[in-house]
Design a protein. Sequence first.
Lengths: 456, 456
Amino acid sequence: MTSVDSFVSQHRDRLLEELFELLRIPSVSTLPEHKEDVRRAAELVAKRLGEVGLENVEIIPTDRHPLIYADWLHSPGKPTVLCYGHYDVQPADPLELWTTPPFEPTIRNGNIYARGAVDDKGQMYMHIKALEALRAVHGAFPLNIKVLIEGEEEVGGASIAKYVLENKEKLKADVALVSDTSLYEPGLPTLCVGLRGLVYMEVSADGPGQDLHSGSYGGAAPNAVYGLIELLAKAKDADGRIQIPGIYDDVAGPAPAELASWKALPFDEQGFLRTEVGGECLTGEPDRMVLERVWSRPTFEVHGIGGGFTGMGSKTVIPAKAVAKVSMRLVPDQDPDKVVAAFRAWVAANTPKGIRTEVRVLGAGPAVVVNPDHPAIDVAARAFKEVFGRDTVFIRAGGSVPIVGDFAKHLGIPTVMMGLGLPDDALHSPNEKFCLENYYTGIRTVAHFLEQYGRA
Amino acid sequence: MTSVDSFVSQHRDRLLEELFELLRIPSVSTLPEHKEDVRRAAELVAKRLGEVGLENVEIIPTDRHPLIYADWLHSPGKPTVLCYGHYDVQPADPLELWTTPPFEPTIRNGNIYARGAVDDKGQMYMHIKALEALRAVHGAFPLNIKVLIEGEEEVGGASIAKYVLENKEKLKADVALVSDTSLYEPGLPTLCVGLRGLVYMEVSADGPGQDLHSGSYGGAAPNAVYGLIELLAKAKDADGRIQIPGIYDDVAGPAPAELASWKALPFDEQGFLRTEVGGECLTGEPDRMVLERVWSRPTFEVHGIGGGFTGMGSKTVIPAKAVAKVSMRLVPDQDPDKVVAAFRAWVAANTPKGIRTEVRVLGAGPAVVVNPDHPAIDVAARAFKEVFGRDTVFIRAGGSVPIVGDFAKHLGIPTVMMGLGLPDDALHSPNEKFCLENYYTGIRTVAHFLEQYGRA
């Protein structure tokens, strides 16, 4: 065997079939009825880690879904890389919008269609297969490896956060490697050096003591659904600027050089609208470029709302209860606790007459930025360039990978965010996909990075 | 047998058991899965009409749920009364809030608890049992009787509206009798001489082409749920005044004498809040008394809203779709078509950037007022006073009984609205009830009215 590249081309079919086996397990971490599926996915991943030569493979029980740990520490004097990924997925609903079933992975147009194809089973599995390739080529790993994989990324990641905090010595490493982001565009090697944070909350509203007849009481009784609507509508102005006092106080924008590099990136606003967003037009702060809005500006979103009668036909109730799921994406240097406090104060101040509201926090994590001058980032950029034949670009992502913040805070290490997704992969949506060639290229890129970082 | 009053006291148990049999049928007209139950309820009602001596009993098929017609026309020279009621009911959800199951009628604290107990099976059945009492006492009915009972009142009443329009001669009468309203307070004989109208609509909103990841797109993509929230929040100001242009243009308020009589009615605002509404405080136009707000002012309500993710836990989507059920209660002299047009224009003008909205009308009917000087109203007031021993008051109701408008428009007749409900009967809500004594008193009052109107 001469190279990891030829290893990958010789084992294409098996590498894909193994991924399909993992994608077929509906490991939806937020739904209690899938708890057993999540456990099955953990067991399969642990088995594969042992098969590629990792040692001390553990399935670590938690309060919710298990963690998986493994290592190989026989390269004294070489750096240690902590590989992270997650084997849990988002719910697949609405099911009727999927062309093929979400847990029956299917190849169409050169893509793997399945829930979790790109987020993050496919990308997590690239790491495992890169390790297999390295061992097959070199007979050993070129540096020290620690692997930590979780099953709660889509539900806030409470267990891994606790585990990292309590196992700093065990997890000690020089850098973390995470593949849960995207290429800026197909074929363009991309390292992500910034992520937004997130606070996710549930807001419930109570109006009358019970659902009331809108004929008998309409005009004099509070309406829980309307009260919640009135409240939430005040959160943003027509241009998408958040109206919660203090929310922009701590926002640190990108440095002029970083902003200039974003302006230099190819960006087709009409294409972005047509092929990714798919609506009438883009929205948001009109005085900022789209990349700035999604990478470096805080957001307020309502993810769902429910209350009253929404079945077939008509029912004339004044609803007693309503609930909404809301979140704010955070940017450097916003403090999640401060943002939650500001939101709570704003809700209290703006709850309409006759309505009682309650705010429940479901998850919170800060934004993260990585210094692009770190040696591992430099090696990663070169490995990427080598495989793709193009200069690597440095971008940010609008999403959150909370573990990257934990690695920085508790382990004091930066993270190489080497993601092989594409902007139109429909993460969290129906018809999620992962470009088949990016799966193979990702395995090669990860292997090249580890080879070269072992030599550095 | 000397009187209808003694007939009722001698047959209390059977009169109740017969009603229970009808209440046990879950004839929920809006839910397709109950279509067969609705039909069973129609068959039972038709059977009972024949048993009490009505002739020409017909179960009339329609596009949705059957109508029932019956008559007895052997009192030449006497007036003809058209008795109306409905045997369909509202959905019972949320089921978990019922103390006893909605379709297992139960007596507690002197009340019959069941879906449809008061709206309208219990009150419709008073008519049938009043006819039985009259026949038992007099051997015949004291005037001419036509009965028309529908199974679509809770879903807009399309079939009966069409039937009335197409059968004006068959349904010709001097007055209609409807028992689908409430006493102003327990023991106070009450005739309703005004009803609000209703336009009921569904508003749907589309944002992005599919649900999007709020990390990747948050800040630049439209959100269908938030767009619908922003739109609907503009419909009313903080005091509940509707902001849709032109909506108050045609509103005819009560005459000074009628308004004065409302002010003379006992009204305990704190009691109304505590025992009926059950929330923090009342809402609505602060410069108008509560009775004015619910009887003679238009409303805008959101009955339900749904969109995005509302399950357990968290899901970070930007929802592609959202839908809300909304209605406006109408007062004299608002024109439903004009109100719908004003609403459509307002939606079009206020739909936020990036959102497409659609309005679908599910039902529309105007407000109705009855002249209290009509002879039948006068006889009804006296019959009521006779049974209750107190002067009858004239009120309005905030709800809609669309058929009353159709009788006025197509048959040219007024309606005696002789309702025996109570203000806290929880119509359309969990734990709907009908005061047991009001059931018996209602049978007597209806019988007295028909006896005396036959003599008038």
